[in-house]
Design a binder for this molecule. Sequence first.
Ligand SMILES: *Cc1c(COP(=O)(O)O)cnc(C)c1O
Length: 430
Amino acid sequence: MNQREIYERIGISREVYDYCEEILSTLTKRWEQIDRTAEYNQMKVLLAMQKNRVDATHFAATTGYGYNDAGRETLEAVYADCFGTEAALVRPQITCGTHALAVALSANLRPGDELLSPVGKPYDTLEEVIGIRPSMGSLKEFGISYSQVDLLADGSFDWDNIRKAIHEKTKLVTIQRSKGYQTRPTLSVKRIGELISFVKSIKPDVICMVDNCYGEFVEEIEPSEVGADMIVGSLIKNPGGGLAPIGGYICGTKACIDQCAYRLSAPGLGQEVGANLGILPSFYQGFFLAPTVVAGALKGAVFAANVYESLGFRVIPNGTESRHDIIQAVEFGTPEGVIQFCKGIQAAAPVDSYVTPEPWDMPGYDSPVIMAAGAFVQGSSIELSADGPIKPPYAVYFQGGLTWYHAKAGIMMSLQKLWESGVIRALKRK
Ligand SMILES: *Cc1c(COP(=O)(O)O)cnc(C)c1O
């Protein structure tokens, strides 16, 4: 059986296979670039592990209070060294990205302080953390105010209004690296560095926090290397490498991380408690694999952008843009396009491949949403996954793939479904 035949077995027709191979042949330069970044980041992780003398005793389980947990402390030192920070909090007790961000914010803000987002509206779940949407326990309930400066229409920073928004109450500035599920551009680490320098030139003691979700290891430097006081993310996204079954991290200055630790556990206890329950091998090994897993996901995103752009659909980012996160959006313009795309992603999954995703009304959304995920870790979005709200412009957002080959198969399968269902009538480059 040759390559084309084994793809046929899994349900990819010759026409789809040939079309995709033709697109792929144009991407070798991009692959070289992605591989070089992964190679650099692999050395970064390796160096941090060697420097901290990781050994087999660090994989042992602890229970109870978790005092003197050498595995936990060493892992936190590895993260801190890799991301170039003084300290780190990397814990299974941080349940997700939103929790990590909520800890970082509530730990470092006090009543009367103001939080500023100079990059527009933050990720959906943060609206409730901050209290933009009224919510029990929000920062707003604790007397912490919020202000926001939107990006300009062309995606650039609104320097004048950012300057005006910084005053004596401004304590913390939050910067979201990834566009998330918006259509603004994702920020490069370089641009984040420029923004932080600007903010600090106006008010040197302001804390700059970066929501680093989906951005880790996409570039050779992280926001913590260009002045961020804290970077925050989820372990079921990039840095968990697909192996971490839960968790979040906050890396940053010792002063900020101490505050976070006292908030996460309790005043007086801080970083000294938090048993690892035997989960650390997946954290170490996942972090070790993360640069290559991220490279695979990136190739998938670039491949999808080029396949669908060539067929005449709007894709964000476009096929040739540089990448700063792993999310790819494709606008289909019809509900059927979104549904068929998601069916293809689901059909290509290693887990739950026999399930058919359907749009449904989810809490917190104003239209039905369809989701495709066949993941080993539930909700993991470093694994191949896609979702789309059933409303104009009928865009699907997809990300992840534990291996490049699986991301490729998922995208080919999505095209197969779109073609079989007649949403795409001809496999011809536009
Ligand atoms: C995923 C994500 C979050 C929230 O993470 P959860 O783990 O889903 O709670 C926050 N910000 C951005 C930019 C994200 O992509």
